[in-house]
Design a protein around this ligand. Sequence first.
Ligand SMILES: [Zn+2]
Ligand SMILES: [Zn+2]
Length: 220
Amino acid sequence: MDRSRRDAIEDLLRRIWVEKESGNSFSCGESPASGNFSDDELIEELKNKNLVSRDGDVEKLTPKGEEKASNIVRRLRLAERLYSDLLQGEDEDSSAKFACRFEHILNDEVTDSVCTLLGHPPTCPHGKRIPRGSCCQRSEKELHSLVKPLTDFAPGAKARIVFISPSFHNRLDRLNSFGVLPGAEISLHQKKPTFVIRLGATEIALEKEVAGEIFAIGIN
Ligand SMILES: [Zn+2]
Ligand SMILES: [Zn+2]
């Protein structure tokens, strides 16, 4: 298949996926045709490849088509992020051009590297969701095993607070007033008889329940 035809196929898959995301169904002919190829012609090809099937009078992605299309959207939105975050591009027009060229070039491996480089961003610069890749799931798992409640650390451990999920909001205010905030470095002074952490020169006693709501990552 020549390049431009492959690109047109990918564009069409992406358009069907995006229509579904925005709650619309895709019917042939409503959107501009992809370059030199008519939608009808491309849809036929997608059907032959079992990427699209007809449901009443709308075209739906098959599970195989869904997977392929979400990868295409992922590449496009990551390319947008790459352009705006890393290359500091602000011009909408050249950003779109860059992303459109780039989305067809990236293979899965490079896509995951770009995603990792950008810190697995959840959304594109327009606020649209970036479909997750295998790299994101891996990183969530790794992060998950590293971030744990203060109650899981041993006395003497140093940790950086990542997030706090208090059951009561005024608790958060009280913790904030002590400087117990995401990003703060603390050390665990003792767990018994009371739970005590050190933050700089300050010792702060916490109820065990509260300590269990502060999530941190160990540092050396
Ligand atoms: Zn976007
Ligand atoms: Zn990722």
